[in-house]
Design a protein around this ligand. Sequence first.
Ligand SMILES: Cc1cc2nc3c(=O)[nH]c(=O)nc-3n(C[C@H](O)[C@H](O)[C@H](O)COP(=O)(O)OP(=O)(O)OC[C@H]3O[C@@H](n4cnc5c(N)ncnc54)[C@H](O)[C@@H]3O)c2cc1C
Length: 474
Amino acid sequence: MKKRVIILGGGVGGLSAGWMLARTGNYEVTIIESAPVTGGACGTFEYRKFLLDYGPHKSYSILPGILDELKNLMGDEFLKHEKRNSIFMFNSFLKYPIRMTDLALKMGAKNLVQCGLSATAILNRGAKTGDGKESYEEYIVDRFGRKLYRLVFEPLADKIWGDPSTLSADIASARIPGKSFMDVAMRAIGLKKDSELTDAKYFYYPRRGFGRILKRMEEEIIKFGGTILTSTKPAKIHHKESLITQLQVENNSNLDTLPCDLLISSIPLDVLVALLGSAKEPCWKDALHIVKKLQYRSAVLVYVFLRQEMVTDHHWIFFPERDVIFSRIFEQKQMSKEMCPKDKTVICCDFTDYENGNLWNHSDRELVDKCVSDLERTGIIRKSWVEGSFIKRFPRFYPRYDLSYKRTLTTLYSLLKRVENLLLTGRIGLYNYNNSDHCVDMGRFIADNLECGKKPDQIWTELEQRVAEYKIVD
Ligand SMILES: Cc1cc2nc3c(=O)[nH]c(=O)nc-3n(C[C@H](O)[C@H](O)[C@H](O)COP(=O)(O)OP(=O)(O)OC[C@H]3O[C@@H](n4cnc5c(N)ncnc54)[C@H](O)[C@@H]3O)c2cc1C
């Protein structure tokens, strides 16, 4: 008899686990998604004859076998793009990831000398390796010098994550291509080559939007006998001793009960903990308290519609400067021309804040006006081209690793692991800062190991070690 697996959340985390398990033929998979459609942050939606993604999404992976899985899934829907990214600094668009040579030419003599001096001090004493407890700020200053940190790294990190001195260095080690000033400098003068581990030269993108990947996963789950329940919320997880037995779900005020042999969650951890138990039970009281310590950044996406055929020449552009509201923009048409009307285009500006932070609390009108004015000031658009706008706000879009997040997670996981048939996956579900390919890898890892007969708690522990090594390839 097939094992009944219920998966909470129909983003790429949940769907890839469902796809990998359903295709083994040994599991009856049911996906529970609270939104009317699956896809989560990787979805594509339709608006005024435009197909739009939630920020720039590329498909690429250095994880063994994952890109092949995605290529096989997408077939000829995948377009291959040679990547063109840039960063707006010193009033110029520089190639991204930044080349030291480009930076040196733009930063001016005084900055250059100061960067050189602080880097020389590092080279003389040798770069630190880091003990896993340092902050983002310490990690960068130790490797690149304070001047370069202040000029290049701090402004963008501050905009995206908030105060980098309270941010874990794990974000830096997952994201920053060069390991040290020496490494970056050697690449700049050609003594060391860029590798695909630091900078992907190309990426894939489905011609009708990133969300097509998720639709294909959904089709595969259904083909292998699985079920996708949208507009459906988990209401209560029933467990006997340490085993989950049933999930109560709610759809349009109707309650239903689904039997469950294994539960995989890709929904926010605080929601999961509240579904598992109440504050009256000592174990869950602790878990409910601890889970509140996990921090998140919220995202705002401002789409600006333009009466122009196309306005940029890049797939996405970073904006570290503090007086520009957005930290990144992308033009959907650069990903696929099929997604927008021929004579029109749309720019998506993204920025982050804490939920109810200063920016988050601005009105939609204020945010659109500021985006339009900054797009004009940086030379990307003319205000007269604008013919509409649209805003999406996402609370809890990114896990924010503070300095004690590892301890918090370890304590929380040890409480959750008492439930023997529970597993976590995905960016939000496992509280791991990652890309969609990593979510696919997690799904495949879970399926492969269940097939080998491993128990969920062992898989969970091994998965924790695996995700700690993930790198975001820009
Ligand atoms: C701006 C931006 C750019 C990115 N660029 C890239 C990129 O270029 N390449 C790349 O590979 N990745 C990229 N990513 C990362 C990628 O989007 C994430 O890794 C991925 O979306 C995480 O998927 P997930 O399933 O973990 O979470 P989500 O996508 O958040 O999915 C969670 C799902 O759970 C559902 N849910 C929530 N609560 C409940 C509940 N109570 N009950 C039932 N369902 C619930 C949600 O509706 C959602 O569908 C980017 C992310 C952002 C924000």
